[in-house]
Design a protein around this ligand. Structure first.
Ligand code: WTA
Length: 652
């Protein structure tokens, strides 16, 4: 965004403003002022109002061991109680909690009462296997009611879940199980995606065969009905175990700081980090953002299209909507099956009011609608929609405008929510009945969140000048630590450069010189964002060099119209540099290898071979140069420090 042309603002309609939880910019500013005046009072008041505590807390924020902050530490609660029992007790037992739509179009609905029963049975099943408070349970399940049930069941008994996305490989699964020291694995025979039945249990078996000594049991949910090998004494069909369980399970009351879940995400080094979240603070932000950002109303049907394998699926499928007593959609399939009108048809069929998806999905559906007019959203009745959301990566203005006009009928505000696995919930986002919108900008911080753009010394830069995005105060739903690696937590998020006082998001940002609106300019570390998925370049490099033919590899990102960023790998083989058909063959081989090592989402789109990589005389790989090469740009920078300039020609 240039700061020369004034931004075009999109205002919410009077109708939206009138009924919104945060109605108008004055209301937004009042909330920010309330937090600025009495920070702990702001969060404490809402934590009391929005959460049912078994033991009330007396202290809001404990900063004595910063940056290991504690929130509501002497309070006790249970998340599953707040999501389920509370709704049933409030007369919502017969309300539909989940509408599941399968890949093939099969629909089933679960009421709050039913869901409480199913979660309780599942919780009892876990207990019968000896799983107890504080144990880690890894969940490797497709999008399903059982996925939500398994997560809620862990929360109910105080076990800490760690979901591994169903697209991750056996190796990735094994690494996460071992890092977490999980005692049980919950998986399914397979998953349905785009008309195909894909295996899951066999991948889990491969992971366990590679050595996961902490796992005692594997609970297997039936989905595809495919043939499934079961290991006696270790593997159990969920149906068999559930059949004998009671549907009543007293919730385990846990301390507010008790780890609700770990979720592994990519960082700047090769090893994914287990982001640890709390119970009380996390739940508070999940509820508060449902109310303020999504303006959730009692009769709303809410649809977040994320997978439960990502943080968006945690906060805005499993926890936020249920804690607010909403009805939400759980979708197993993909946006392009049976055709690219699937999302629009589902919005029409289920009368969705709030729709939350990722820019990468929007861009691919724009392309599909351009090519096949029949799947254009104008062919569907989308009049039920009230609010649209975007998450995961910057949304380019052209996609924003298309989404706004064609999906939202120029009537629905788009909340472009900036946040991260580490932040637990929205950090910078418009509020639909308050914030005038600018395509491509996530606008202003959520009330109570103190975000800023600073330079290398931690000093705020003037509006209009780019810099580093930081958060100046701890907030309730923030990451508590990296599982098993507190030093890495401090180094990654509270670096010494800022005297350990500022949370480093890892993104660059710029504020508009007139409105102060934030625009995220992309990661400032070695993390790529491909189709809204975070990938560490070092992770992909380690996978590549683990291949027997590879001597050295460097991975960078390049802008991509569809996926936001695309992965480009520069590779030096141990043997001769391949050309022609041989190169094509090795590229395929390496792509598949990375797919197997990490998962299909990590496959490099482009692989180029050189006899060496461009390095300085001191042996440092010149990544900035590689980024230019990846983009196909002319090399303009000084290459005089380069050890071997001839290499550049090979890598073009
Ligand atoms: C990026 C996903 C611009 C950002 C919730 C961040 C965004 C990373 C936005 C976190 C947005 C997420 N605008 N960039 N609205 N939302 N990002 O942990 O680079 O999977 O650091 O969490 O995605 O990705 P993660």
């Amino acid at each position: 965004m240039t700061n020369e042309t004034p931004q075009k603002l999109y205002y919410p309609s009077e109708e939206v403003v009138k009924n919104a939880a945060v109605s108008g910019m004055e209301a937004y500013r009042a909330l920010c002022a309330e937090a600025a005046q009495d920070y702990e009072g702001f969060w404490g008041k809402r934590a009391k109002e929005l959460i049912d505590w078994q033991t009330p807390f007396t202290q809001v924020l404990d900063e004595s061991n910063a940056p290991f902050f504690k929130w509501f530490a002497d309070g006790k609660l249970n998340v599953s109680y707040n999501c389920l029992d509370r709704q049933v007790n409030n007369g919502l037992g017969d309300k539909v909690a989940l509408i599941f739509e399968g890949d093939k179009g099969d629909v089933s609905k679960v009421t709050y009462k039913d869901l409480l029963g199913r979660v309780s049975k599942f919780a009892n099943a876990l207990k019968s296997l000896g799983v107890k408070k504080g144990d880690r349970v890894v969940i490797y399940l497709p999008m399903s009611i059982e996925g939500v049930v398994a997560m809620q069941a862990c929360a109910r008994i105080g076990a800490t879940h760690s979901i591994v996305f169903g697209g991750f490989s056996a190796q990735s699964l094994a690494d996460r199980i071992n890092d977490a020291g999980a005692v049980a694995l919950i998986t399914s025979d397979g998953q349905n995606r785009g008309g195909k039945a894909l295996p899951l249990k066999s991948i889990a078996d491969e992971a366990l065969a590679s050595g996961c000594p902490s796992i005692k049991n594997v609970l297997v949910v039936k989905r595809t009905g495919g043939e499934t090998a079961m290991v006696a004494g270790r593997d159990i069909w969920a149906d068999d175990l559930l059949a004998t369980q009671s549907d009543v399970c007293e919730p385990e009351w846990v301390e507010a700081e008790h780890p609700l879940f770990l979720l592994y995400t990519s960082g700047s080094t090769g090893k994914p980090k287990g982001v640890q979240h709390s119970t009380g603070g996390y739940l508070l932000h999940a509820i508060l953002t449902m109310k303020y950002t999504f303006d959730i109303k009692p009769d709303d049907v809410f649809w977040c299209t994320a997978d439960i394998g990502w943080v968006t699926g945690h906060t805005y499928i499993t926890y936020g909507p249920l804690a607010c007593g909403a009805t939400e959609i759980v979708f197993e399939g993909v946006p392009t099956y049976p055709d690219a009108g699937r999302f629009w048809k589902m919005i029409q069929d289920h009368k969705v009011n709030i729709f939350y998806t990722a820019p990468t999905a929007i861009r691919s559906l724009i392309k599909a609608a351009d090519n096949t007019p029949a799947v254009h959203p104008k062919n569907y009745d989308l009049s039920s929609l009230r609010i649209l959301g975007s998450v995961g990566e910057p949304i380019n203005p052209a996609a924003w405008e298309w989404y706004y006009e064609n999906v939202g009928g120029s009537r629905c505000p788009i909340v472009d929510t900036f946040w991260q696995t580490e932040t637990g919930g929205h950090m910078i986002t418009p509020l639909p009945g308050a914030t005038p919108l600018v395509p491509g900008s996530c606008t202003l911080p959520f009330p109570g969140i103190q975000a800023a753009v600073v330079d290398e010394t931690g000093t705020e830069v003037p509006w209009g000048q780019g810099g580093i995005l930081v958060v100046q105060r701890p907030w309730p739903s923030m990451i508590r630590t990296i599982w098993g690696d507190p030093d890495r937590f401090v180094k990654s998020y509270y670096p010494a450069d800022f005297q350990g006082k500022l949370y480093l998001a890892g993104d660059g940002a710029i504020r508009d010189k007139d409105t102060g609106y934030f625009t995220i300019t992309g990661r400032i570390d070695d993390v790529l964002n491909v189709s809204g998925h975070r990938m560490g370049t070092m992770e992909i490099e380690s996978a590549l060099v683990a291949h027997e033919k590879v001597a050295e590899a460097a991975v960078v990102g390049r802008p991509d119209d569809l996926t936001g960023e695309a992965i480009v790998a520069f590779v030096v083989l141990k043997g001769a540099r391949p050309t022609g058909d041989e190169a094509v063959k090795v590229i395929k081989e390496l792509q598949n290898w990375v797919g197997q090592e990490i998962g299909p989402i990590a496959k490099p789109k482009d692989i180029r071979f050189g006899e060496n990589l461009p390095k300085t005389r001191s042996g440092k790989i010149m990544r900035r140069l590689l980024r230019q090469l990846a983009k196909g740009e002319e090399i303009t920078q000084d290459t005089s420090t380069l050890e071997n300039p001839a290499i550049l020609e090979q890598l073009k």
